[in-house]
Design a protein around this ligand. Structure first.
Ligand code: AMP
Length: 289
């Protein structure tokens, strides 16, 4: 595996693999089994695999966790190598990504208004802009994203379609710990108590899935069930809980859908966690005790 630190090294690496199929896995590092699952899938479907590790400042708001976001560049490099990555783009500094005078933003309307877009203004502009740059600079044929960030995946699919980007976007199901907690780099912030309280997220999703399986179709009722499961007996603070259509992200409260996804963001201790699940799937999200 080759580690690329400058834009010139990245350009040379991309030029050296012309004619081969390229898979890309963009990440912010502090890699876990969720990220590695994306990388292994990319490995199995492409001649060449690029991964990126870059904590992108433009997708963090002024009061968010940019400065304390966990980092482990050496460990990440080892993990990427073990997952079969050929080239790891780990910019030496943000100026390798954003040259002097950088002035361009990619904005997807509509899909970015609600959910995380409402509580994190500007976040998705940061994401779509940096992902556009990565898709252009690596000339990826396929790019891999986790369903864990469900809204992000929907926004990126919209962008690629709208801008005629010649890349296939592949969504990968959320990887969870054995107790049901969705893997996230931010889980590092959780205390033992927080971790216990955090289990209410996947529990609430599983309860909603079971309710859907039994025929409950009312968005408000499903949302209330989720809220109750997350909040009862915990200090968890809900940012949002919504049951929406998986493609349009429009709430079931407004439009019925056969492809419902429950999607939520909750502050657990000082950490904001996100999770989601398709309610129409037969498999359990996790076992309930
Ligand atoms: P991040 O480093 O958090 O920006 O995530 C990089 C990529 O990994 C994104 O496409 C995420 O959706 C994906 N990802 C993060 N956590 C998981 C998980 N638990 N399961 C599957 N994919 C994940």
């Amino acid at each position: 595996m080759e580690i690329l630190r400058t834009r010139e090294e990245l350009r040379n690496a991309v030029n050296s693999v012309r004619g081969k199929s390229v898979g890309l896995v963009p990440t912010m590092g502090y890699l876990h089994e969720g990220h590695l699952t994306l990388m292994r899938k990319a490995r199995s479907e492409n001649d060449v695999v690029f991964a990126s590790v870059f904590v992108n400042p433009t997708q963090f708001g002024p009061n968010e966790d940019l400065d304390r976001y966990p980092r482990d560049p050496e460990g990440d490099a080892k993990r990427c190598e073990s997952a079969g990555v050929d080239f790891l783009w780990m910019p030496a500094s943000p100026s390798e990504v954003y040259p002097e005078g950088y002035a361009t933003t990619v904005h997807v309307k509509g899909l970015t208004d609600g959910l995380c877009g409402a509580s994190r203004p500007g976040h998705f502009d940061g994401v779509t802009s940096v992902v556009s740059k990565l898709l252009n600079s690596t000339r990826a044929d396929r790019a891999y994203f986790g369903e864990k960030d469900f809204q992000q995946l929907a926004v990126i699919r919209r962008m690629v379609l709208d801008l005629d980007m010649n890349v296939e976007i592949i969504g990968v199901p959320t990887v969870r710990d054995t107790d049901g907690l969705a893997l996230s780099s931010r889980n590092k912030y959780l205390s033992a108590d927080d971790r216990q309280n955090g289990l209410r997220l996947s529990e609430s999703l599983e309860r909603a899935r079971q309710a859907w399986a039994k025929g409950e179709r009312d968005g408000a009722t499903l949302e209330a069930l989720i809220r109750q499961t997350i909040e009862t007996g915990t200090p968890n603070e809900i940012d949002y809980v919504e049951v929406v259509d998986a493609n349009t992200l429009r709430p079931l409260r407004e439009v019925p859908s056969n492809t419902p996804v429950a999607i939520l963001a909750v502050r657990v201790g000082s950490t904001r966690l996100i999770d989601n699940a398709r309610l129409d799937r037969a498999e359990a999200i996790r076992q309930l005790g």
